[in-house]
Design a protein around this ligand. Sequence first.
Ligand code: SAJ
Length: 457
Amino acid sequence: MKICVLGLGYIGLPTALLFAAHGANVVGVDVKQSVVDCLNHGNLPFSEPGIESLYREAKDRFFARTEPEAADVFLIAVPTPLDPATKVSDLSYIKNAAEMIAPHLREGNLVILESTVPPGTSERVVIPRLEKSGVAVGEFQYAHCPERAIPGRTLQEMTGNSRIIGGYDRDSTDRATAVYQTFVRGEIYQTDTRTAEFVKLMENTCRDVNIALANEFAQLAEECGINVWEAITLANKHPRVTVLNPGPGVGGHCIAIDPWFLTENSTRCRMVATAREVNDSMPNYVLHIARSMLAGIRNPTICIFGVAYKGNIGDTRESPAFKFIQLAENEGYTVRCHDPHVGEFPHPLMDAADAVTGSDCLIILTDHDRFREIDPAGLRMRTKLAIDARNILDHQKWTEQGFVVRVLGDGSPMHPVTLAGLMPSVALYPADATRSVAPPSPPSVSLLSPNEREGYL
Ligand code: SAJ
C-alpha cells in the first residue's frame, strides 16, 4: 500500500510514520520546504514522546516532498485555523490539499480527511474539489476519520484510542477501517461522513464547556469564601459527577477553536459560545488577582512560569499566556517569562533564576511537573507574592518561606503567613542544586505595609 499524507504537522507526521512503521510506503507532503528538508536530512520538526524511535523504524519507507504523487491512499491532515475576526473556520489549507490531490487521483483510490472541519465540509468543500480529477466519488472512496490524539501522548493515543470512521459509502467506510487497522488497536466505530465531522466537534466542545463550568465554579467559590479544589474533589466522589480543573484559560489548537466550527452556521446556540467566552476570560481573571495583590507596589515586575498551553509539553499554540502577557504589559507590569519545555516564544524566555530574581510576583500559568519541585527558599524575589493558577504548588511550604500565595479558585481564609526575610538562595529546582548562585542581596524595598498585608490575608 502506498499512502500520500498531506500535512506533516503534529498529527500528519506521526500518522505518516505509524503507517510506514507498519509496512506502508509513505510519501509525506508539506508545502513548507523547511519541514521537508528537515525530515529528509533525518531530523524531526518538533518533539513528541517516542517519535524519534518511530522515525528510525519508519525511515526506510518514508520520504518527504512538497508535492503529492500517485498513491493508493491520500490522507489530509492539514490545519483548519479559525479566522479570529469572524470566528469562522478558514478552510483554505483543506481546499488547497484537495486541489493538490486531484491531478493524481485515480479510480479505486481512497481519500481520508483527518483534519477537524465544520459538519458538511466533506460534501460541500472537499469532495467537489477531488472530483475535479474527472473521477466521481463512488469511483474513488472517501472517509472522514478525525484524529483523537492528545499532544504529549500522541503516539500512545493514535494506536490505543478508539476511532470514528465516517465513509461516503459502505465500501469507503470498510476500506478506511482496514487501512487504520494496520496500526490502531482501539475499537473502530463506523458511521457516515457528516456524523463523524459532528462527533469530533462534540468531543472537543464537551471538554471546553466542562472546563468553562470548572472555571465558573472557581470564581463562585472565591466569592463564597471556599476552596474550589477541595470542593471539586468532594463533588467528584459522586458516582455520576466529574468536574474538570479550573485554570488560566484553554489553549491548544483544538479545544479553543473547534467549538466555533460547530456553531458557525447556527443561529440558536448559546451554551457553546458562552463557554468559549468564559474560558477566554480566564487570563483577565488571573490579571484581576495579580492586580489586587500588586496594588501599592511601584513598577511591579511579574514572572510567568509556563507559557505552554498545558503541562509537560512545549506547545504554545493558542496558549492563554499570550493574552495574559498582553494584559499584564498593558497594565504597566514588566513581564518576564520562563518555560523549561518551550524553545521559541515571541516574548523572550529567561532562565528560571533570572526570571525570578528581583521580581514581585511569580505566576504559575502552566502545570509543568517541574514547577512542583520549585524550592521557594531559593527564590530571590523583591516581593514574595505568588499566584498559582493551576494549584500545583505546596502552598504550606511557600507560606512558611514568607510567601503570600493566591490560588485560583481558593477563597478560603488563608493560613497566617510570615513575611520572613529572604532565605539564602539555593537553586530553583533540586536538579540545579550544583549550580553556583551568588549570595542573596537583601530585599531592596519592603513593599507591603502591615495593613496592606492584612488586605491579602
Ligand atoms: N484544561 C483545563 N482544565 C482541565 C483540562 C484542560 O484548563 O481540566 C486546559 C489545558 O490546560 C489546555 C486546554 O484545556 O490549555 C486543552 O487541553 P486538553 O488536554 O484538554 O486537550 P488538547 O487540546 O491537548 O487535546 C484535545 C483532546 N480532546 C479531548 O480530550 C476531547 C484530544 O483528544 C484531541 O485529539 C485534541 O484536542 C484535538 O486535536 O482535537
